[in-house]
Design a protein around this ligand. Structure first.
Ligand SMILES: *Cc1c(COP(=O)(O)O)cnc(C)c1O
Length: 226
């Protein structure tokens, strides 16, 4: 089941990339494992897919020991008091959404003498129910982060609204790509714009067509969570 799903998704990712005008290099599939027990995730990592995403610290920590082959991205709102638990365990924090959080990551990374790869979460739809920096404040936020030497900003992440209308999803992704390109032209010191993380199970193909190079896929791999 997981194997068949992965084969289908991999083929669809390739096809979407072939249709995309942005030939920005390989597309990374992050497997979102929330609510999925470690034994089932093992079926995936045994196929060679070891890049995993969790949005809850506790859940990631529970699975961390059971899956030593995995590499973890934090993709949900991270409370500052939890940074210390994941600082040496996460490969990337995709969901940096405040200066307070960035400063705590800086502090913990400095303490452990590491440089932490992070991405900035953008609330591209101005959705009051979502975390993230507003698009218009993104450049100034990145400039503030650029002075934190133990953070390495690698790109932007967004959680799009779920639209019935694929055209709406496309316009959101297009706005993100435009913001990403605009930030690139600013050449902010210490800020790399390598990754654009957008698109989930229901819309990853559109996201790739519009320039995503990380897609975060859960239910299309593991089945519905509800
Ligand atoms: C759950 C989740 C996903 C994956 O959602 P699916 O619809 O199951 O693919 C992606 N990104 C974030 C931030 C999530 O919380």
């Amino acid at each position: 089941m997981i194997k068949e799903n992965i084969e289908k998704i991999t083929a669809e990712i390739e096809a979407a990339y072939a249709r995309s005008p942005y030939q920005q290099g390989k597309i990374t599939m992050l497997a979102v494992t929330k609510t999925v027990p470690a034994e089932r995730i093992k079926e995936l990592t045994e196929l060679g897919f070891c890049l995993l995403g969790e949005n809850r610290v506790q859940e990631m920590l529970e699975k961390y020991e059971a899956l030593p082959e995995a590499s973890w991205h934090i993709i949900g709102h991270l409370q500052t008091n939890k940074v210390k638990y994941i600082i040496e365990k996460a490969a990337m924090i995709e969901s940096v959404d405040s200066i307070a959080l960035a400063e705590e990551i800086e502090k913990q990374a400095a303490k452990h003498d590491i440089i932490m790869p992070v991405m900035v979460q953008v609330n591209i739809d101005d959705d009051e129910n979502k975390f993230g920096i507003d698009a218009e404040n993104c450049a100034s936020f990145l400039k503030e982060l650029s002075r934190l030497p133990h953070l390495r900003v690698q790109g932007l992440m967004t959680i799009g609204c779920i639209y019935d209308d694929p055209l709406k999803a496309r316009s959101t992704f297009r706005k993100m790509k435009a913001l990403f390109d605009e930030i690139l032209t600013l050449h902010i010191e210490n800020i790399e714009m390598k990754y654009l993380s957008m698109g989930m199970s229901h819309d990853y193909e559109i996201a790739i067509e519009e320039g995503a190079n990380i897609v975060r896929i859960g239910s299309a791999i593991f089945g519905s969570r509800s």
